[in-house]
Design a protein around this ligand. Structure first.
Ligand code: SF4
Ligand code: SF4
Length: 412
């Protein structure tokens, strides 16, 4: 029973709790040192403290203290790309992206939330978006939309790839391994890859089969929920992630996710029955298992621009760089500020096209300075943003997924 004596000790317990670093409110962990500022792309391009992690945390605290309304800080939070770079620099372990997700929770308009739920959680909805995007690109309608002068529409229309491909497969389809069987993996399709980057998924299957892995594709939700969580509907996003993982047989060696943003979301949302760690980037999985066979010579100058989720949230970017570096003939060039976001930030480039364009410009300047003919990045959102920016500058540099480069190198 809790009596007066127990209550007397509570302040001491709280003091000990705080001294050991376990703060009651994660916002309290920020000691305002500013070490995160130089890592933050939106601060680097604006020089404005309200567009920095420290500034945003300060504003969130002001809302908690009733000194500001949420509407006063909404724009500052909206401009955040949720890239997680600040977390990698923070000596105090501030879980910034988690705090941001909590702050954004429920702030979407009811209409936007309903539309997103309906469109992205039904196969029909995702299919309709895919058909409209592909038709719009083929008929030139997206080019016309881009010229209307409405920034958000322009960002959305230019991001659709020039040659979008739908992934065609049957539920429960299996692709047999070449030669001696080394294992069995599940293929996560996803909304963007499934409707626009079917070629990347086909390259993923080709690469795994070459490497001796059978690939299965069980029926699964059309979207893993990453976009929902990013937009402030994290409970729904988590449910979709768990339903996605439950679709895969527990005996599989891994669930292969050729989209770093989705892999990070599936890992973060795992339930106890389906180990979330099974959601794996394809190149990371194969590099850790060891490559089979000798790759062909790849005569190309390339640079690796790792997706933020792969670097900052999964911490696996160097594994992909190592996998690419093994390819004979591939000249892997250093990319200045490789760790910096390309400006995609999930759907941030549509919601905040101006800041996304500024961040994207800086990335492109670095790509041009590297002297590369190809930029490699393992996430559909990054490929869309990088390709669109490269096209708009009239550059002939290609943007490729690492599985495409590796599948070609290991093909017979
Ligand atoms: S998540 Fe990225 S954009 Fe947002 S505050 Fe952190 S470093 Fe800046
Ligand atoms: S590095 Fe961490 S503790 Fe320092 S200002 Fe940034 S968020 Fe706060």
């Amino acid at each position: 029973m809790v009596g007066a004596d127990s209550v007397r000790y509570l302040p001491h317990c709280y003091s000990l709790w705080r001294r050991r670093g376990y703060r009651m409110n994660p916002l309290d962990n920020c000691m305002h040192c500013g070490l995160c500022l130089e890592e933050c792309p939106t601060y680097l391009v604006s020089g404005d403290e309200t567009n920095s992690p420290r500034g945003r945390l300060f504003l969130m605290r002001a809302v908690e203290n009733n000194e500001l309304e949420f509407s006063d800080i909404a724009e500052s939070l909206d401009k955040c790309l949720a890239c997680g770079a600040c977390e990698t620099a923070c000596p105090s372990g501030v879980p910034y992206t988690h705090i941001l997700e909590q702050q954004r929770e429920g702030r979407q308009s009811a209409m936007a939330r309903l539309l997103q739920r309906r469109l992205l959680s039904s196969h029909l909805g995702v299919r309709a978006v895919g058909i409209l995007s592909r038709l719009g690109r083929r008929l030139g309608i997206l080019n016309l939309i881009g010229k209307l002068g409405i920034q958000r529409l322009k960002a959305m229309s230019t991001a659709v790839p020039m040659h979008p491909q739908r992934f065609r497969s049957q539920p429960n389809q299996t692709w047999r391994a070449d030669g001696e069987l080394r294992g069995r993996v599940g293929l996560h399709v996803g909304c963007a890859n499934g409707e626009l980057f079917g070629d990347v998924l086909n390259d993923t299957i080709r690469l795994f089969n070459q490497q001796g892995f059978e690939v299965v594709r069980p029926p699964q939700p059309p979207c893993c929920g990453a976009l929902h969580s990013h937009s402030g509907d994290s409970e729904f996003g988590r449910e979709l992630a768990q339903t996605t993982m439950q679709a895969f047989d527990g005996e599989l060696d891994a669930v292969i996710v050729a989209a770093a943003g989705c892999a990070a979301h599936l890992r973060a949302s795992g339930d106890s029955n389906k180990p979330a760690s099974k959601a794996q980037d394809p190149v990371v999985f194969l590099h850790q298992r060891g490559w089979r066979g000798n790759p062909q010579r790849v005569a190309m100058r390339a640079t690796h621009s790792p997706p933020c989720h792969l670097r900052n949230l999964l911490g696996e970017d160097q594994i992909v760089t190592q996998a690419l570096a093994q390819l004979p003939g591939l000249e892997l060039l250093t990319l200045n500020e490789a760790e910096m976001c390309c400006g995609a930030g999930g759907v941030s480039f549509i919601r905040q096209p101006q800041v996304a364009a500024q961040v994207g410009d800086r990335k492109l300047d670095n790509i041009v300075a590297s002297g590369t003919e190809c930029v490699i990045s393992g996430n559909p959102g990054c490929l869309m943003k990088l390709s669109a920016d490269l096209r708009q500058r009239g550059l002939l540099v290609k943007a490729l997924h690492p599985v495409t480069v590796l599948a070609n190198a290991f093909s017979d």
